[in-house]
Design a protein around this ligand. Structure first.
Ligand code: HEC
Ligand code: HEC
Ligand code: HEC
Ligand code: HEC
Ligand code: HEC
Ligand code: HEC
Length: 426
């Protein structure tokens, strides 16, 4: 007489389990189909390339010198390159352009001359697959288009990303909820089975259900399944953990891709725009400041207006949204650092701490920004103001140190309190 209810319970449980497996797998399957479809669309059915893979390679290796549009940077804009060159030529060029030039290839030599003999790095370990993927990405690339209302953005894959994220969140929540229900169901069936087994007077139908050999519930309760799930969760959790730790540890060498391909080499280098023109706080106070879009507009309301990169600045202003630059240098909150103290009083150059920014296409953190780095410099560096005998501000300091036998030119930052904890820590 119980068997009827038990059977139902087990059915619901199995159904739930299947739904869960499907929910889990569906997004991954959809993503897979999406990117293959995209790749096929772009390469005329050739599924041997991956736009995503190409994008990754392009951003990591080529973006510093090439736009995926037809706008030139250090090198030519690459949109349409497959129309002007053969595929085999492009592959040979990317793998080793110098070799191709030395072989006397006319196109290669002409291009090299046109770009003032700027040598492009060789990418000899790039396979045909890698390069075709890059070309597929360039083909697929569409600059962010802002419609008249300045609202919706259409990206390469044409999906509304914000909506997609919301959906993922919803899906994730559902999976968690269903998982909980499943666990509760498993516990109930197990308890019921155990309870029924103790009952001596079961009729045949009940016995069959209770002693059922194969049941999906059993699979889900099996050690093997639990181990797999356990390992899976462990991996997910530890990956999240590792990502977090790695982010905290990001130090010298960090050079994130920025939302607009802004080049210091072009602005501060070739065009010699003063650092303080854009970083307005650097000689005045604590923070150097990242320029607002309006500062860009002082020039770009005239210069290169139609460039897709410049259009992004227009879009930011029209939408009243700040450009979301990715922060490169970041001291922990417990540290006090003041730019004016270093650039004005200390008379240091930006390059002492930031390296040759005027030669960088993409800003890279050069200094480790550790406590040891600050302290080492404070131990060794002379206080310029004190060394300059005509600077009256430092008269008393010089007099005080003279008593200890320290010459003006030898007063270091450490002698004015540059090693005291409270100077750098709130
Ligand atoms: C350091 C700058 C630099 C990097 C990085 C770079 N290139 Fe180039 N590339 C150039 C320059 C400059 C030229 C123009 C020819 C010359 O002077 O060598 C060029 C030319 C090319 C051409 C020929 C374009 C045409 O119009 O025929 C292709 C294709 C190309 N690069 C692809 C790539 C790819 C793909 C990557 C990344 C894997 C890459 N480049 C990375 C600087 C660079
Ligand atoms: C035309 C405006 C402009 C000029 C001139 C300019 N910068 Fe910048 N700088 C920017 C913008 C925009 C960013 C943020 C985007 C980026 O990181 O590339 C930035 C970022 C930086 C950063 C990294 C900030 C961070 O997030 O940690 C440093 C360091 C820097 N600039 C130093 C310099 C120095 C040094 C000079 C002079 C040699 C200079 N800049 C000249 C506009 C400018
Ligand atoms: C003092 C004038 C000036 C200011 C301010 C300025 N730029 Fe420029 N920018 C230029 C010049 C000049 C060029 C080179 C144009 C050329 O190649 O013909 C340029 C080129 C660019 C390019 C390359 C465009 C392309 O497609 O080739 C980008 C991107 C850019 N600027 C972004 C910015 C951003 C972002 C800001 C604000 C943080 C900014 N610029 C502020 C003068 C300026
Ligand atoms: C003594 C070393 C030192 C010198 C010199 C220096 N900086 Fe910095 N800079 C730093 C440190 C450290 C940070 C990170 C500050 C933080 O995270 O609070 C930083 C951050 C920045 C940032 C990011 C925005 C901000 O204010 O946090 C910009 C932009 C910048 N510096 C530009 C410049 C420019 C331009 C000069 C030269 C005029 C310069 N810096 C000179 C050490 C230095
Ligand atoms: C390249 C050398 C250099 C580096 C690196 C450096 N400093 Fe300094 N610092 C100086 C100099 C020079 C002065 C003296 C300025 C003056 O003349 O008053 C100074 C002064 C200071 C002062 C004021 C000290 C006082 O007694 O008035 C503080 C606070 C400070 N630095 C914090 C830092 C922090 C925090 C860092 C690391 C994030 C750092 N500095 C990195 C060179 C450096
Ligand atoms: C010249 C500036 C300077 C002085 C002086 C200084 N610190 Fe620091 N301190 C820093 C900076 C910068 C960091 C951040 C380092 C990092 O993120 O790796 C730091 C980090 C720390 C931390 C955190 C370490 C961590 O791993 O998070 C402690 C604790 C600390 N300092 C204690 C002290 C004590 C105690 C003194 C005095 C004996 C002192 N500091 C003097 C600049 C300074």
């Amino acid at each position: 007489m119980f068997s009827h209810y038990m059977k139902r319970l087990i059915k619901v449980k199995s159904l739930l389990a299947f739904t869960l497996v499907f929910l889990w797998a569906a997004p991954a399957m959809m993503a897979q189909e999406d990117s293959t479809a995209q790749a096929q669309a772009q390469s005329g059915g050739d599924s041997d390339v991956s736009v995503d893979h190409g994008k990754e390679l392009f951003n990591a290796n080529c973006l510093t010198c090439h736009n995926p549009t037809d706008v030139p940077k250090t090198g030519p804009g690459l949109k349409g390159v497959t129309d002007r060159r053969s595929e085999s030529w492009i592959i040979a060029w990317i793998q080793n352009s110098q070799k191709l030039i030395q072989s006397g290839d006319k196109q290669a030599v002409a291009l090299y001359e046109e770009y003032n003999k700027l040598a492009m790095p060789a990418y000899e370990d790039f396979t045909e697959y890698d390069i075709k993927s890059i070309l597929a990405y360039i083909d697929a690339y569409e600059p962010v288009v802002v419609d008249d209302k300045g609202g919706d953005e259409t990206t390469v894959d044409g999906t509304a990303t914000a909506g997609g994220e919301y959906l993922n969140l919803l899906l994730g929540g559902m999976i968690v909820l269903l998982l909980l229900v499943l666990v509760v169901l498993i516990i109930i069936t197990q308890l019921l089975t155990r309870f029924l087994k103790q009952d001596e007077n079961l009729d045949e139908a009940d016995k069959e259900v209770v002693n059922q050999r194969f049941d999906l519930g059993a699979v889900f309760q099996s050690k093997a399944f639990l181990t797999v799930v356990g390992v899976f969760f462990f991996l997910v959790v530890s990956k999240a953990g590792i990502d977090k730790v790695m982010n905290i540890g990001i130090q010298a060498g960090y050079a994130p891709t920025q939302p607009i391909a802004f080049s210091h080499k072009l602005h501060a280098g070739a065009n010699e725009v003063d650092c303080g023109y854009c970083h307005t706080g650097v000689y005045k106070g604590k923070s150097a400041n990242i320029p607002s879009a309006n500062i860009c507009m002082n020039c770009h309301n005239q210069i290169k207006r139609s460039s897709p990169e410049i259009q992004k600045i227009y879009a930011a202003i029209e939408n009243d949204q700040p450009i979301e630059w990715v922060r490169v240098h970041n001291l922990p909150d417990l540290v006090y650092f003041n730019h004016a103290q270093h650039t004005v009083a200390g008379q240091l150059e930006c390059q002492n701490c930031h390296g040759q920014i005027e030669e960088m296409e993409v800003v890279q953190q050069r200094a480790p920004l550790t406590m040891g780095w600050c302290i080492d410099c404070h131990r060794e560096t002379v206080v310029q103001g004190a060394a300059d005998e005509s600077n009256e501000y430092y008269d008393r300091l010089r007099a005080a140190h003279a008593k200890d036998g320290l010459k003006a030119a030898d007063i270091k930052v450490k002698d004015i309190g540059g090693l005291e904890c409270s100077k750098c820590h709130y």
